[in-house]
Design a protein around this ligand. Structure first.
Ligand code: GDG
Length: 442
């Protein structure tokens, strides 16, 4: 943002407060106000109780309420107006995530001079699921206001294009969608079309910054301290997730509990540290999940912990980034067992931190990261026996194999770091459709 002299338009994170635009650390910030009702209906309601579960394979049932849809429209209008007011003539506007899917179209209507990109951080569901949404056509129409629509995985972009074909009948060729113009998106009257690109741009992390932290002697000392405080287990396993039903925390705990019960792992040798950062605590599905997970953790610890060894060290907290890096460094095995996840940055952070080329990543094939991180031990978290075998394999993996796999994973993350990700998206956006599609301009 600093390098591009851009403005960041966003909600400041507190209800009912108006702030004038201000500069911070060389970035111009443009606050958009949300009141309590907006937060309840737009953010917790439509965004996190309708779109989030719908886009994550209906793992939890989505709610469909007309009032929360109205709030979604209202707040999207507010964001579009704020962006339209600050964007310079011909500026590039990059809209982020499922909370703002109507903004591209609203912006294009207000400011046809702008170049508009959209990036979806979460999956885009298959048509059979997407079709449930009562406002399925309005959302597609909103998104098709963008010039480039970015997704995490090839499959997400494919699902989106299919929804466009099914609901609007527009022609698609590979990543190119021909959208009729001048007719509010209905079937072409003028016969003219705009080229919209729907393509995958897998997001990443600032890998060098993570490695730099990991090389700091104080953080390495903290990693040793963590192991020591846990009684120096032979194997330390780690899970780091927002407390969300998409992350498969319950499946992970079930697999670990069965391994202890079967005697394939022992609490004397193996400890699981689970960081479950607080998330969306006023949404009822999340309250129920917290109860479910904490019941499972409590039971498992009651059954298997000893006075000197705790089976699961569970933490419902957020930690500073330095502490997270120390945990990644301390962990022999990283468990990412998401049932559905756009990308999963935790997997990439673990890899970026392991400059010692050690540590094993167990990774769900339902996380976007699995498309790139093929040298992880890939699992289907619904298959508890398969997950148990994968955990045992990770615990027992010889040093040479660990190093070989980790080196290959590290190459992947270094090649596509967050700077490469944003550069490739912006190149597609500003270089025109031909660059994004990799096809000659005609
Ligand atoms: C969405 C998509 C996609 C977690 N606890 C703490 C903490 N974290 C950090 C992790 C990581 C981030 O939060 C979580 O990112 P994920 O990618 O794992 O998951 P979501 O929050 O669901 O993110 C996801 C992502 O958007 C980006 O496009 O990958 O699929 O769902 O960076 O390290 N950080 C600190 N303390 C914590 O306690 N400091």
């Amino acid at each position: 943002m600093r390098a591009s002299n851009g403005a960041w338009v966003g909600w400041p994170g507190v209800a009912d407060r108006s702030f004038a635009p201000f500069d911070n650390d060389g970035i111009s910030l443009v606050p958009v106000r949300l009141n309590e009702e907006d937060i309840e209906d737009y953010y917790e309601g439509f965004s996190n109780d309708t779109l989030w579960p719908l886009y994550h394979d209906v793992i939890a049932p989505p709610s469909y309420h007309r009032e929360t849809w109205d709030a979604y429209v209202r707040v999207n209008r507010r964001f579009a107006a704020a962006a339209a007011a600050v964007a310079a003539p011909g500026a590039t506007v990059w809209v982020h995530d499922y909370q703002l899917q109507l903004v591209p179209r609203l912006l294009r209507e207000a400011r046809p001079d702008l170049v508009i990109g959209f990036f979806n951080h979460i999956p885009f569901p298959p048509y059979g699921i997407y079709a449930q949404l009562p406002w399925r056509k309005q959302i597609l129409h909103g998104l098709l206001g963008a010039d480039v629509i970015g997704f995490q995985r090839v499959a997400d972009a494919g699902n989106f294009s299919q929804a466009v074909r099914r609901l609007y009948g527009y022609a698609t060729r590979g990543v190119v969608i021909d959208v009729p113009t001048g007719d509010n998106g209905q079937s072409g009257q003028t016969g003219e079309t705009r080229r919209v690109i729907a393509k995958h741009f897998p997001i990443s992390i600032d890998a060098a910054a993570y490695e730099e932290l990991a090389r700091r002697p104080d953080i390495q000392a903290r990693a040793r301290q963590i192991r020591e405080d846990l009684g120096n287990p032979k194997t330390l396993m780690l899970g780091v997730d927002r407390l969300d039903y998409t992350k498969g925390i319950g499946h992970r705990i079930k697999a670990f509990g069965e391994l202890l019960a079967d005697g394939r792992l022992s609490v004397e040798d193996v400890t699981l540290v689970q960081i479950a950062s607080p998330s969306r605590e006023r949404v009822s599905t999340y309250m129920a999940l917290r109860d479910e997970i904490e019941l499972a953790v409590g039971r498992l610890n009651g059954d298997f912990s000893t006075i000197s060894h705790t089976a699961i060290s569970y933490h419902h907290h957020s930690y500073p980034r330095e502490e997270m890096v120390a945990m990644y460094l301390a962990a022999d095995v990283m468990l990412v067992t998401a049932l559905r996840d756009g990308m999963n940055l935790v997997a990439k952070e673990y890899v970026a931190v392991r400059f010692d080329a050690d540590g094993v990543l167990v990774l769900s094939e339902f996380a976007g990261a699995a498309d790139e991180l093929k040298q992880a031990i890939l699992i289907n978290p619904h298959d508890i026996d398969g997950t148990k075998d994968a955990i045992v394999r990770a615990v027992e993996m010889p040093r040479r194999e660990r190093a070989r796999r980790m080196r290959s994973l590290r190459r992947k993350v270094a090649e596509n770091d967050v700077a490469a990700w944003s550069a490739s998206f912006l190149r597609a956006l500003t270089g025109g459709a031909a660059v994004a599609a990799g096809i000659p301009d005609d």
